[in-house]
Structures are given as structure tokens and as C-alpha cells.
Design a protein around this ligand. Structure first.
Ligand code: AMP
Length: 407
């Protein structure tokens, strides 16, 4: 059984084709810079052959068409016929409070998704275009939507509500949703396997640290709280996002800088010009920040310290909320690869039972591993995330469940 995972981002379309018996990737690739002159298509097959070509694609529909035609290519493609694909799994960033789990695409589901356009205007229209393009290119092949927000739907109301007048929640659905749910879900399942326990016995904190970062508190497999909010801007400091700030600062900035005339300008400031980039003035990339800091750049050092401090604060708060934890998981680009960030975050957390083994933390590896001391009450784990595989698994389960209800 083959499952195609499609991820239409704001200006890119990524895909992965899985053979589900072995859960192996057969082919994967990306169309980047959609709508721009520098657009290109990069793809790889399981024999690790990589091909990068400049292309002209003006929208997500064309991107999906190009990908499917390439998958079917007689010489270099990975499938001979579209019927080889059992189901297509779409990554959807925001499901609002309409979608609490993965769903098979129907007319009703598409209508519900359209209603989510206003809360994720950068992503949802792109997802929607991707779904329509897949329907056109793969007629008769079912599609499943897998939401980044779904895993967080178990949060209690006192965690997801903002202390604004209640009508903003009722009329406009303004509440915390949380993001990276597929990744937090995947690594929490892997953590349980590594600890040889059932999720129902565990209290975990998962730290997804990449260009965008979020921390999640999980008890008995259910999310209790997460650091991102109504949008992926809230929470810890990130590459180019400010994370938590005093909301009154925004009104003050509008007064001080007349150039901020509308919500787009302010969103750009907080999402694209802040974080590591805003503080260092150099880059939103962690590797560049660490290198500059080591070379004596004081602002880069400050940016690094601020980011680690904000993550440490969330981990400590969530330890309190959970009344102690069994495991702490690091994942995504920074979490998996930066020894310096992990070390800084875990320094002096003995009071919470978190003790990192410096030697293990410094050993480079791409495997799942423990990096806590033998005596650490909390097991610290590094777990490479695999959102695509999680989406493929969810899509398969959803397809089988719908087949059973049809019977
Ligand atoms: P992601 O969004 O998960 O792809 O993560 C991207 C972030 O991971 C960027 O800030 C990268 O600089 C960072 N990253 C990747 N590898 C390393 C590394 N070896 N050391 C520090 N940061 C890294």
C-alpha cells in the first residue's frame, strides 16, 4: 500500500511517497518559491538520486500537477499508475475548533476548511488549492486531512482561553490552538517506546525546536498545554518570531512608528523581523547565531541566551503544571542537532529532576537516544521528528476506519 503525503506551505509544495508495509520513503521532493522567477523543483528517489530543475510555476495547482506528472514519468517516476496510491494525506496547519482529528475529505469537510481561511490566511488557501489539484490529478483516490492543531484539542478550557472578553471567543473563535501537533504526537509515541511504557503511564514535555518552536506538556498521551497560541507566534523566542511579548508594546509601536499602518506590517515585524534575527541583526538561523556568538558577536550571544532562557522557562512551568515529569524530548532542527542549545536549557534544572549527561549530549548522532545521566529522574531524549510518516500513518488509519463504517 502506498500513501502520498502532500504539504502545501505558503510558497512551497512538499511531498513524500511511502510504501506503508515497510514505512519506507519511495520518493520525495519539493517545489519551492511558487510564483517567483527563482522557482525550482528538487526531488529524490529511494536510490538517493537527486534532481534539481528551475521551473515556472505560478500557483499550488501547477505545483501539484508537476509533482504527480513526475511521479508517473515513464523513465524516472516511482509509480506506473495512479491507482497504486491508496490515499493522499494533506498536512493542514490550522483546523480551528472545527477539526479535532484527521478526516477523510468530503464536500462538507472542504466547506469547513474554507471557514478556517481567516484564521490562517497564509496557509489554508494554499492547502485548499492543493486538495483541489490532487482531486483533479488523482480522480477517485481518497484524501485525508491531518491537522497540526488536532493533537492539542485535548487542552482544558482554562489552558486554551485568553483573558479577553468572552465574546471574542464566541464570535471569532479566539483561543489557543497550538501547532506542530503531528510532531509532538509522533515524538511522544516514540518516547513511550524508548521508555518501554504505555503513554497512559507517562508525563512528558516535548520541545519541538526549529525555525518555529513550541513546547508541549503531555499527560497520559493528552496535551495539557502548549506554548504556541491562536497563531504560531506565541510562546518561546524563535528564528524570526518574537514569541511572548507584552501585548501593549504593539499599541506603543504603532504610536511611535507611523510606518506601521496595518496588520500586515505588524505581522511582518513580529513574524519575520524579530527573534534571533531581530536581536542579532544577523540571521534567524541558529547555526549562524552560534557561530557569530563564538566569534565574539555580543548581540548574537544575547540572542542565543534569550532563546534558551525562554525555552527553559516554559519547560520549568510545564514541569510544575504536570507536578513533575518522566521524560523531556528534544526534536526538530535545533532540538536534534544543537548540543549547545540543549546544554544551556538543561543546565541547573536538577531541582526538577533534569540532569543532562554532557558527554552523551555532545556525541553527534542522527538516531533516537538518551542524553540524561543514569541518576536523572527525568529521562532526556533526542528523537528525530517524522511528521510525514505520522501523516501517512494517520491517513492509512482514517482510510481503514471509513472503509469499516461503509461496510
Ligand atoms: P527546522 O525548522 O526544524 O528545519 O530547523 C531549522 C533550524 O535548525 C535552523 O535554525 C538551523 O540553524 C537549526 N540547525 C540545524 N542544524 C543545526 C546544528 N547542527 N546546530 C545548531 N542549529 C542547527
Amino acid at each position: 500500500m502506498k500513501v502520498l503525503v502532500v504539504n502545501c506551505g505558503s510558497s512551497s509544495t512538499k511531498y513524500t511517497l511511502f510504501e506503508m508495509e515497510s514505512e519506507k520513503k519511495i520518493a520525495w521532493g519539493i517545489v519551492e518559491c511558487i510564483g517567483l522567477s527563482e522557482a525550482y523543483y528538487k526531488r529524490q528517489t529511494s536510490d538517493a538520486k537527486e534532481k534539481k530543475t528551475s521551473i515556472k510555476v505560478t500557483n499550488h495547482t501547477e505545483a501539484v500537477e508537476l509533482i504527480i506528472e513526475d511521479l508517473l514519468d515513464k523513465k524516472t517516476g516511482s509509480i506506473a499508475n495512479i491507482d497504486e496510491i491508496a490515499v493522499v494525506g494533506h498536512r493542514i496547519v490550522h483546523g480551528g475548533d472545527k477539526f479535532s482529528k484527521s478526516v477523510l475529505v468530503t464536500k462538507e469537510v472542504k466547506k469547513g476548511l474554507k471557514e478556517c481561511f481567516s484564521i490562517a490566511p497564509l496557509h489554508t488557501p494554499a492547502h485548499y488549492a492543493g486538495i483541489l489539484a490532487v482531486e483533479k490529478m488523482l480522480p477517485g483516490i481518497p484524501s485525508v486531512l491531518v491537522f497540526d492543531t488536532a493533537f492539542h484539542q485535548t487542552m482544558p478550557d482554562y489552558a486554551y482561553m485568553y483573558a479577553l472578553p468572552y465574546e471574542y471567543y464566541e464570535k471569532h473563535h479566539i483561543r489557543k490552538y497550538g501547532f506542530h501537533g503531528t510532531s509532538h504526537n509522533y515524538v511522544s509515541q516514540r518516547a513511550a517506546a524508548m521508555l518501554r511504557k504505555s503513554l497512559s503511564e507517562l508525563k512528558l514535555i516535548t520541545a519541538h525546536l526549529g525555525n518555529g518552536s513550541s513546547i508541549t506538556a503531555i499527560e497520559k498521551g493528552k496535551v495539557i498545554d502548549t506554548s504556541m497560541g491562536f497563531t504560531p507566534l506565541q510562546g518561546v523566542m524563535m528564528g524570526t518570531r518574537c514569541g511572548d511579548i507584552d501585548p501593549a508594546i504593539i499599541a506603543y509601536i504603532i504610536k511611535k512608528y507611523p510606518r506601521y499602518k496595518n496588520d500586515d506590517d505588524l505581522n511582518t515585524l513580529m513574524n519575520k523581523e524579530s527573534g534571533l534575527l531581530g536581536i542579532s541583526g544577523l540571521s534567524g538561523d541558529m547555526r549562524t547565531t552560534i557561530k557569530a556568538s563564538a566569534e565574539g558577536n555580543k548581540k548574537a550571544k544575547l540572542a542565543f541566551e534569550m532563546l534558551c532562557y525562554s525555552i527553559k522557562k516554559y519547560i520549568s512551568a510545564y514541569c510544575g503544571i504536570l507536578n513533575g515529569i518522566d521524560g523531556l524530548v528534544f526534536t526538530a532542527g535545533i532540538g536534534e542537532n544543537s548540543m549547545a542549545v540543549r546544554e544551556k536549557i538543561c543546565a541547573n534544572l536538577h531541582a526538577l529532576g533534569i540532569e543532562m549527561d554532557a558527554k552523551k549530549n555532545n556525541e553527534p548522532s542522527v538516531e533516537e537516544r538518551f542524553v540524561s545521566t543514569a541518576n536523572s529522574k527525568v529521562k532526556i531524549m533526542i528523537i528525530p521528528t517524522n511528521e510525514e510518516l505520522m501523516i501517512a500513518r494517520e491517513s492509512k488509519v482514517c482510510l481503514h476506519a471509513s472503509a469499516q463504517t461503509d461496510e
